[in-house]
Design a protein around this ligand. Structure first.
Ligand code: ZN
Length: 162
């Protein structure tokens, strides 16, 4: 899946778990993109066939999640969410799940940037956009009447002082 999706979905997950602090949500978004970021940094040290599976494995992301749990449990699942999403949207991801122990040959996902995978990509984004709207759009909508009433009281304040 694309990196922006991973960032936003990890942020929404942390928020869904009750995280409200902006900094912590940004932190969860960074955790959400860590498999792709570390895979690319890893290319300086290893081949792609090592770097990518290593950071997209349950072993690495599971350990990272356990390390993060005591720091901020709400923000700690982004990496696991990333590989869960990639299993369906990045063709060979299931094979990396248990890297380096064994190669699971379960099924191949559809690449999100190719052919029918683009449908999956679109549907995932529609669902995510809906979740973002439920979390933020609604709140902004609710702020509308409150904003109006505060505007009205502001008006009243002005009137009083005219
Ligand atoms: Zn990835």
């Amino acid at each position: 899946m694309d990196i922006i999706f991973h960032a936003v979905s990890a942020g929404i997950l942390a928020e869904g778990l009750g995280e409200k602090r902006k900094r912590a949500i940004v932190f969860s978004m960074i955790i959400g993109i860590n498999p792709d970021v570390l895979s690319n940094i890893g290319l300086f040290f290893w081949s792609k066939s090592t770097a990518y599976p290593l950071f997209h494995s349950l072993l690495f992301q599971g350990i990272l999640c356990l390390v993060l749990l005591p720091i901020n449990w709400r923000a700690s699942f982004g990496g696991l969410l990333h590989i869960a999403v990639d299993v369906f949207t990045h063709q060979y991801s299931t094979r990396h799940l248990f890297y380096p122990s064994w190669k699971l040959e379960a099924f191949d996902g559809l690449n999100w940037y190719q052919a029918d995978g683009i449908w999956i990509w679109s549907i995932c984004w529609i669902i995510l956009a809906a979740l973002v709207w439920l979390k933020h759009g609604k709140r902004a909508g609710m702020a509308g009447p409150a904003g109006l009433s505060s505007g009205a009281s502001h008006g009243a304040w002005n009137n009083r002082h005219l």
